[in-house]
Write a protein that binds this ligand. Sequence first.
Ligand code: SF4
Length: 339
Amino acid sequence: MNNFQYKKEITVTTALEAVNSNENAAFIAGGTNIIDLWKYNITNPELLVDINGIDELRTIQELEDGGVRLGALVKNAATAYHPVIEKKYPLLSKAILAGASAQIRNMATDGGNLLQRTRCYYFYDPDVPCNKRVPGSGCPALNGRNRMHAILGNSEHCIAVFPSDMCVALAALEAVVNVMGPNGSRSIPFAEFHRLPGDMPHLDNTLQQDEMITSIDLPSNHLYKHYTYLKLRDRHSYAFALVSVAAAFEMDGNEIKKARIALGGVAHKPWRNTEAEEFLKGKTATADNFLIAAENVLFGAQGRGENDFKIPLARRAIVRACMMALNPETQRPGAGPSL
Ligand code: SF4
C-alpha cells in the first residue's frame, strides 16, 4: 500500500471540493469494497475523503408523494430493518438481507452498494490482463474461468457481472439515484445508472468522476403484497448470486395489473426487460405465462462455456420466483415449486 492523505469532511460541498482537488482521490464510506480493492492493488488513491460525518446523508425520509428517500450513508442493515421499508418495500429488505454477511451489511452503505465493483476473479488479480482494470489489456474470462460470468448484455471486451443484490430490487422498484457535483444536482433513473460493458468496461456506471451519490428515491407503488427475491448461489450464506430474481406484482384476483422482474448475476448491470413485464400485464398468473415472460427476459442470452448452465437456471428461476411472489408464504427456504 502506498502512502496516502486522509481527510474527513462533514458537508457535501467540502467533500466534493476535497475529492476534486486531486484526480487520484476517492471517497470512503463503509469501506467494504474499496479496502479490498486497495489491498489487492486494484486502486491506489493518493487522497481518501471520509464522508461518514455528513449527517444529512444518514436519514430515511418519507416523501410527500408517498415515496421514500434513502440517504446515501444509511447502512444496508438499517435500510433492510427500517419499519417503513419493511412495510412499503419488503422486496428491498429481502434482497438486502440476501447479500453479503450481517457484519458487512452493518458497515456497507446504500450509496456504496451501487458503486461496488465486480467480483470477477481476473479483475482482482493484477498479474493478469483485464479490460476493466487496464483498458485494452484483454479479457481472459472470455475463454477462461467464467462460471460466474454474464449471459446477457455482453461484449467481446468484458463479461463480468455486477454483484449487488440490493440493486436488483432497486431496478425492479424503479428507483432514482440523486447525485451532486460541482455544477449542482441531477437525478438518474436506476435503469440508466449502471452500464453495459460495450467497449468501455472500465466504466461501471454513469456517475461522473466529480460527482457523489447523495440519496436514492423509491417511488410510491403497490408492489408490497406480491413479491419475492430468489437468490440461487453455491452456498446459502455469504456467496454471490449465480442467478437472482426480484419479482413483484400488483394483482386483481388472479389477473396481473403490473409486473416487475429484474435479474442479478447475469449481466454487467441489474437486468430488466420491460417487454416481458408488458407481456404479463392483463394476463392470468400462470406458470405458462411466466415461462413465456422468462423466454422474453432471456432473449439473446449467450453462455461462454462454464456459465452455459445459467441460461436454463435463469429460466426456471424466473418462473419459480414469479410463482413464489404470488404467495409470500412460500418464501421460506426450500418452499415453492421445484426447479
Ligand atoms: Fe476483466 Fe471483465 Fe474480463 Fe473479468 S470479464 S477479466 S472484469 S474484462
